[in-house]
Design a protein around this ligand. Structure first.
Ligand code: GCO
Ligand code: MG
Length: 408
């Protein structure tokens, strides 16, 4: 069996999804997602110029060797662009494997460990009452877990993932007005003073069974993060996410020494080498590496297995920039993984998105159920994708009030 060709498409409703389609001489094709939010053209180019020419003629069933060929074969390896590109190839090869076996992917991993997998939504508010309305609407829809973020009084601008105005909707992560980013102003002291009591108010307003998550988005020092994690202990968070800048694996040690608040980290990691020490030293509770820029299913499975040895559960990144293809890869892993925790899930399910990526997967009452269709169980409509053009977007940048650059 041979790979005969591969195509890359960039475009989609609301997001610039980077979709890879690998064709074979047996008529079976596979799909992968190489979307890297706000840098989408780069993995697409990496695939087109370097990886696809090497793929032609390879046996798609040898997904392990193909992974090693691209990873070990590259002298300059790792990094989100390369790993997103490998990830897309690897996911597409697993999709082909599932279709050849006529089995849904979770069966190839070891079958189902659960019927449905719990997901969490993003509740957000310009201020606390606005956030309460947002949480209430998710609770009404049956969600069992929500991530909560809200504006901080006296902060000069909206903070991470918070709308400018009450009831604000839309994409609060990417600004599609262009490639030049907007600026957010950050003040750690105001955040530290306000957020623990705001989180406590959310906890008191809703049923104790509601799982509450909060994302610091890498903005605290290890000492500040340790103090924050300790201060929010009475809230009983399901997790505190990215408390410190992600590059420093040792930073988590201080947090652990001072608090039992569960810690989730990893959405910006792209290999097992970014999180092996965190996992082996049991400094985190949830690992968030995504199938997309974490090198696909082959590599993510290795991370899941390492994590399982150390009581670390999964909580894969699922921001709206992941297309339904990489989300399906994660949903199949979630159905199988013995150490599954939760899945971040933002409803991409507009009519346009469903038309581009038809599937029979179901999300209901805050639980995700994978379909039994072979492979990933997601299709891709090439005619639909022709309707969309790439649009440049940017994440905000963050500065302190005096102008100092900070972490987004
Ligand atoms: C999350 C993340 C995202 C990121 C986004 C950047 O927890 O989902 O923090 O919201 O900001 O993926 O592109
Ligand atoms: Mg996050």
């Amino acid at each position: 069996m041979k790979i005969t060709g591969a195509k890359v498409f960039v475009g989609g409703p609301a997001k610039n999804y980077v979709t890879l389609k690998i064709m074979t001489d047996q008529g079976v094709h596979g799909l992968g997602d190489a979307t890297l939010n706000n840098r989408e053209t780069l993995p697409a180019k990496y695939l087109q110029d370097y990886l696809i020419p090497n793929l032609i003629g390879m046996d798609p069933r040898n997904s392990e060797d193909i992974w090693q060929y691209f990873y070990r074969g590259a002298y300059f390896r790792r990094g989100p662009i390369a790993m997103a590109a490998f990830g897309a190839i690897d996911t597409a090869l697993w999709d082909i494997k599932g279709k050849l076996a006529n089995m849904p992917l979770y069966q190839l991993f070891g079958g189902k460990s659960r019927d449905g997998a719990m997901v969490y939504a993003h509740a957000t508010g310009a201020d606390l009452p606005d956030l309460m309305d947002s949480v209430a609407s998710y609770v009404e829809q049956g969600y069992k877990a929500v991530r909560v973020q809200c504006g901080i009084p006296s902060m000069p601008t909206a903070s991470y993932a918070v709308p400018d105005k009450k009831g604000g909707e839309g994409d609060y992560i990417t600004d599609y007005s262009g490639i030049i980013p907007k600026t957010e102003i950050w003040d750690t002291d105001r955040y530290m003073r306000y957020m623990p009591s705001a989180l406590m108010e959310v906890r008191e307003k809703f049923e104790p069974d509601l799982k509450i998550l909060h994302d610091v988005h890498h903005r605290l020092s290890p000492r500040e993060a340790a103090a924050f994690a300790k201060a929010v202990e009475p809230v009983g968070l399901y997790w505190l996410e990215d408390p410190t800048p992600a590059e420093d694996q040792d930073a988590l040690r201080l947090i652990r020494q001072h608090s039992t608040t569960p810690i989730a980290i990893g959405e910006v990691f792209n290999s097992i080498w970014d999180c092996n020490k965190l996992i082996e030293n049991e400094l985190i509770d949830f690992i968030r590496v995504a199938a997309t820029y974490g090198g696909g299913i082959t590599h993510l499975k290795r991370i899941i297995d390492l994590a399982a040895l150390h009581h670390v559960r999964t909580g894969f990144h699922g921001a709206p920039s992941h297309s339904p293809i990489s989300m399906a890869a994660q949903h199949h892993l979630n159905a199988w993984a013995p150490n599954f925790g939760i899945q971040e899930y933002l409803v991409l399910g507009t009519k346009e998105c469903d038309a581009l990526f038809p599937s029979a997967h179901v999300m209901t009452d805050g639980m995700f159920y994978v379909s039994d269709a072979p492979g990933l169980g997601v299709d891709f409509d090439e005619k639909e994708v022709a309707r969309y053009e790439y649009k440049a977007g940017s994440h905000p940048i963050v500065r302190l009030e005096d102008g100092t650059m900070w972490d987004y």
